[in-house]
Ligand binder design. Structure first.
Ligand code: NAD
Length: 472
């Protein structure tokens, strides 16, 4: 990694027009690892120009050829998997094995899958007297968060490029190292200059410039709901397409016949993956009041088994939060929940024992959480699980859906039909039944204020395709 001091523009590493930098901190050691340029709106102008110039040629490139480039990117990501996992453990604080299995493996899959989906897609069809043609928008602006940095980038960039768009990426300034590695890989993969560009910097400067830019045809944003609204407002001035993948406060509903001993540990692990910094984390456990004691015992045990420590050390299951800011936010959420009457089952806002350095938070379980409490509504983005008791299945569904968010949900019951019937009532973009895993080929996106787009698979490709009807 030699390019941290530069941005990637028009097929080459170049200096930013600005001179300020952003320090990148290792959340485990609290040490500065390197610094990346704090890009400027002039950098965005140059990147958008390059992407505009590259667009006609890339659009004209046969899909199979574009797919070849993406396959090459996937191969190179895979070749560097071990190194990228260590990089992610340092940058985000994700335990090494998880960094490899999710942070690195998912992007490899996304590049391959985007290539496959784009190759198999029918871009033209006849409908009545019209020819319906799907074609790329032009220049896509991609703005991404720090929690699964490479995965969030791949979900946009791989599909946007596969569809024939050119891209300007603004990665998160909080955990940017994966983005640099990816830009190096694009550089080596020999893509035509300007097809992929990356400008680093703050959201306030580079993110806003990209969202507002007249030369950007579509802005694809993943991040918080508050910033997503801001991006939409800026984008409205030029009526560009906006797709948003935002936050969540997702429920897992245990139906009365579900076995807490089986279900609860899995929900706890899901909620605390990536230190709870997962947009689709199941952070509300909605349970029959009659089984509250059993549920709390199982949750305590599972949470206390999440050994916290150095992400690079064998046996660590919970790394630090990504930054001091996030740690302080999460602790404040815990304190507020306790003030509002939630009962502490395990964890709490105090610093964990035996970890003098690093932005760690105790794995925390709160019980008897009710809709009056902020922790029922607000995305905490840390290892904090809220248990919410119900008295009837109708109330369980009401509680589960009582949210401005609608990203994910889960329902547990040994009776598949009963579980499916409840799954159909949950207002969320993805619903898991029992221990079903994430399917990385299924469309991923939110209902309500969790967003308005879908990523991955055929629908993830169509996000990046404009529609033309030709009457002949
Ligand atoms: P964030 O909203 O703070 O930042 C996301 C990106 O937007 C960053 O690159 C940031 O620099 C940029 N940004 C900030 N202010 C901006 C502005 N005014 N204009 C334009 N861009 C701006 O989010 P974060 O803290 O990086 O990530 C965590 C959030 O992302 C959580 O809310 C999480 O739920 C959400 N998320 C959602 C999904 C999903 O697919 N639905 C996936 C991952 C994360």
């Amino acid at each position: 990694m030699h390019h941290h001091s530069q941005i990637y523009l028009d097929g080459a590493w170049r200096p930013s027009r600005g001179t300020d930098v952003i320090e990148v901190v290792n959340p485990t050691t609290e040490q500065v690892m390197c610094a990346v340029p704090q890009g400027t709106s002039a950098d965005v102008d140059a990147a958008v120009d390059a992407a505009r110039r590259a667009f006609p040629g890339w659009w004209d490139t046969p899909t199979a050829r574009r797919a070849e480039y993406l396959g090459r990117v996937a191969d190179r990501l895979e070749q560097r998997a071990a190194e990228l996992a260590v990089l992610t453990a340092r940058d985000v604080g994700a335990p090494l094995a998880f960094a490899r299995a999710a942070h690195v493996a998912l992007p490899v899959l996304s590049f391959r899958q985007a290539a496959d989906v784009a190759s198999a897609y029918a871009y033209e069809r006849q409908e009545g007297g019209s020819l319906i043609v799907r074609e790329p928008y032009g220049v896509v602006g991609a703005i991404t968060p720090w929690n699964y940095p490479l995965h969030q980038i791949a979900a946009k960039v791989a599909y946007a490029l596969a569809a024939g768009n050119t891209v300007v990426l603004k990665p998160s300034e909080v955990a940017p190292l994966g983005a640099w590695a990816l830009a190096e890989i694009f550089d080596k993969a020999g893509l035509p200059p300007g097809v992929f560009n990356m400008v680093s910097g703050t959201g306030a400067v580079v993110g806003e410039a990209l969202a507002a830019h007249k030369g950007v045809d579509l802005v694809s944003f993943t991040g918080s709901t508050a910033v997503g609204k801001r991006v939409s407002r800026l984008a409205a001035e030029t009526v560009k397409r906006v797709t948003l993948e935002l936050g969540g406060k997702s429920p897992a509903v245990l139906l009365p016949d579900a076995d807490p001993v089986e279900a609860v540990p899995r929900v706890v692990v899901n909620a605390f993956l990536n230190s709870g910094q997962t947009c689709s984390a199941l952070t509300r456990l909605v349970v029959p009041r009659s089984r509250l004691g059993e549920v709390e015992r199982a949750a305590r045990q599972a949470a206390e088994a999440m050994t916290a420590g150095d992400p690079l050390a064998e046996g660590t299951r919970l790394g630090p939060l990504v930054s001091a800011t996030q740690r302080d936010r999460v602790r404040a959420h815990i304190t507020r929940a306790l003030d509002e009457g939630a009962r502490l089952v395990t964890g709490g806002a105090l610093p964990p024992d035996g970890l003098p350095r690093g932005y760690f938070v105790r794995p925390t379980v709160l019980s008897e959480v009710t809709p009056r409490m902020a922790v029922h509504r607000d995305e905490v983005f840390g290892p904090v699980l809220a248990i919410e008791p119900y008295d009837s299945v109708a109330e369980a569904v009401r509680l589960a859906n009582d949210s401005d968010y609608g990203l994910a949900a889960a329902v547990w019951s040994p009776d598949r039909d009963r579980a499916l019937a409840v799954a159909r009532l949950l207002r969320a973009g993805q619903v898991g039944v029992n221990s079903a895993d994430l399917n990385p080929r299924a469309p991923f996106g939110g209902y309500k204020q969790s967003g308005n787009g879908r990523e991955h698979g055929v629908l993830g490709l169509e996000e990046f395709l404009e529609i033309k009807s030709v009457q002949v």
